[in-house]
Write a protein that binds this ligand. Structure first.
Ligand SMILES: C[S@@+](CC[C@H](N)C(=O)[O-])C[C@H]1O[C@@H](n2cnc3c(N)ncnc32)[C@H](O)[C@@H]1O
Length: 319
């Protein structure tokens, strides 16, 4: 249902080859390389098979990072540290074996490997980051068509359509953690981490869509701030007031086209508040919406979906 092809100035991208309905699992892929910290990238890359290493080296590098951030000093530091830890581990194991020191070619390509890692890694939970062969070809959009989540049941990172996708349309993900952020903050994070300026419809503030979106996001921020300040001053939670804010936030998110687990979380929080406030019908409706969106984002085989299901059951028990 997809193909990887050129996406203009963005490099390669992933495109739908037919209409993809919301909730479809577009990809499920095992990591080529997964680490708990950047310091482990060098060792992990050395452990790859030739075929995996070749695929890793074909992923994209940010021009910004290649030239200014990564240096030979960094490469030398990581490789020396790795060499020392190899010697230490091997001599720990059998007392006499000689560790294989990295050759010059391996050290020379390390800045490239680290650049590739930084430009392509996804959070897979438990403090680990991973790169993937095909999933890493998805480009960013601030209001994306798809979402990626790690599925521990199948040990794969999955990509699900969170909006209907037309044939030939690009399948995009958001690289950002906070989806309701204002344009300036989104742009500066993307520039700093990936070296590009986003020109997605939400970032084009010369258009009505972009201007309206920015206004909605400003409202989201204001509501969240006002709410946090008020909550900090209160001794007991004001369930009704929290519910009002949640309803407004849901409306703003939906109007902006932000879907995915950000929205299901809002719905489930609102369902919980509605149940506590004794607004039964709304609690049921919000629970249903939250669970449906979650199912669309991760699938019923995901532990994330089962956690939400347990939450909905707990809400049901309050009614
Ligand atoms: C994870 S890779 C995505 C796939 C990449 N385009 C490729 O050719 O393999 C991230 C890189 O893609 C490019 N990119 C992603 N989204 C973009 C966007 N909205 N505008 C411009 N460049 C983008 C940037 O160079 C970024 O550093």
């Amino acid at each position: 249902m997809y193909e990887i092809r050129h996406a203009g100035a963005k490099g390669l991208g992933v495109f739908a080859t037919k209409c993809i309905p919301t909730g479809t699992r577009i990809m499920a892929e095992k990591a080529t390389l997964a680490v708990a910290s950047e310091g482990q990238v060098f060792a992990a890359s050395r452990a790859l098979s030739d075929a995996d290493k070749k695929r890793l080296m074909q992923l994209s590098i940010s021009p910004v990072r290649r030239s200014s951030v990564l240096s030979w000093t960094e490469a030398a530091w990581h490789s020396t540290r790795q060499a020392l830890s190899d010697v230490f581990n091997v001599s720990q194991r059998d007392g006499k074996a000689v560790a294989r020191l990295p050759d010059l070619k391996t050290i020379a390509e390390y800045p490239t490997i680290l650049s590739i890692f930084r430009n392509n890694n996804f959070d897979i939970g438990n403090g680990r980051q991973a790169v993937f062969d095909q999933i890493c070809r998805h480009n960013h959009a601030c209001v994306p068509k798809a979402q990626g989540n790690f599925n521990t049941t199948i040990g794969c990172f999955t990509i699900h359509a969170i909006q209907p996708i037309d044939a030939d349309e690009e399948i995009t993900l958001s690289y950002l953690v906070e989806h309701g952020a204002l344009r300036e903050s989104r742009q500066s994070r993307l520039r700093e981490h990936y070296g590009f300026l986003c020109d997605c419809p939400a970032c084009d503030i010369t258009s009505k869509r972009g201007k309206d979106g920015e206004q909605r996001r400003r409202q989201m921020q204001m509501k969240l701030h006002a709410f946090a300040e008020e909550a900090a001053e209160r001794e007991h939670p004001n369930v009704e007031a929290e519910l009002v804010v949640m309803r407004e936030l849901i409306q703003l998110y939906e109007a902006e086209g932000i879907s995915g687990r950000e929205l299901s979380t809002l719905y489930l929080t609102a369902a919980d508040l509605a149940a506590k406030a004794g607004v039964k019908e709304e609690a049921l409706r919000f629970s249903e919406n939250g669970l449906r969106i979650d199912k669309d984002c991760v699938g019923t085989d995901s532990s994330m979906f089962h956690e939400s299901l347990a939450r909905v059951r707990a809400i049901g028990a309050m009614l």
